[in-house]
Design a protein around this ligand. Sequence first.
Ligand code: NAD
Ligand code: ZN
Length: 238
Amino acid sequence: MLNESKRAVVFTGAGISTESGIPDFRSPGGIWTKMAPIEFQDFIASEEMRRESWRRKFAMEETFAQAEPNLGHQAVAELVRRGTVSAIITQNIDNLHQDSGVPDARVIELHGNGSYATCLDCGCRYELDVIKQSFVGRDELPVCRDCGGMVKTATISFGQSMPLGPMQRAEEETLACDLFIVIGSSLVVHPAASFPLIAKRNGARLVILNREETPLDDYADLVLHEEIGETLSVAVAG
Ligand code: NAD
Ligand code: ZN
């Protein structure tokens, strides 16, 4: 299918990064088997929730900071280099596609990026290490120095509206491709999980590579319940 494709899109979820040591959400031992996510409304409404959210962020930060792209990311990067894959639509916030050498312009982040923070009101960017200095030990919540707005990691929480630009680009890429490859997503988080079906309905072939079953397996032309790094390395070498 890769050889026959003129324009492929890769759609990734947390599963592509587990081999880099970042836990996914829904696998056994995944983050949500341990704690419930903090919804956007609660972050806005409660100082205690904002503190809890930053506490979790900094507790996880070392894992994210040390993670490096794995065989799966490298295989996808190779497909982008070859021109087979025109875009990577990702639900991940870990920056590992960019770290694997894929140009920023080819990575569409549906759920934002966790490697920095922004002001919710004016969009101004803040670096995590600066926030960490005043938060850890002192519990000071970050506030925008320009407008006084709340500062939050640049990720999209449940209840927060999806980013318009990336959503639009994801739709355009989905409608322009003839092959749509899902890698490491349980395909239960919407609207992100609607893209594979949009591609399929538009005539593209659909491939799902995920260890566990997904609700869209029945619609796919090929389903691989396999490990990502090894499987993609073989597919790209062949
Ligand atoms: P998910 O946790 O719901 O699903 C991950 C899927 O990947 C699971 O079905 C699991 O079986 C599969 N998987 C895990 N490791 C695998 C491997 N090595 N080989 C094959 N399959 C493997 O993740 P999701 O669908 O991305 O949805 C979770 C949400 O959480 C997303 O919105 C994302 O923004 C966020 N998230 C991101 C990260 C990250 O950036 N790395 C990590 C956790 C969660
Ligand atoms: Zn601001």
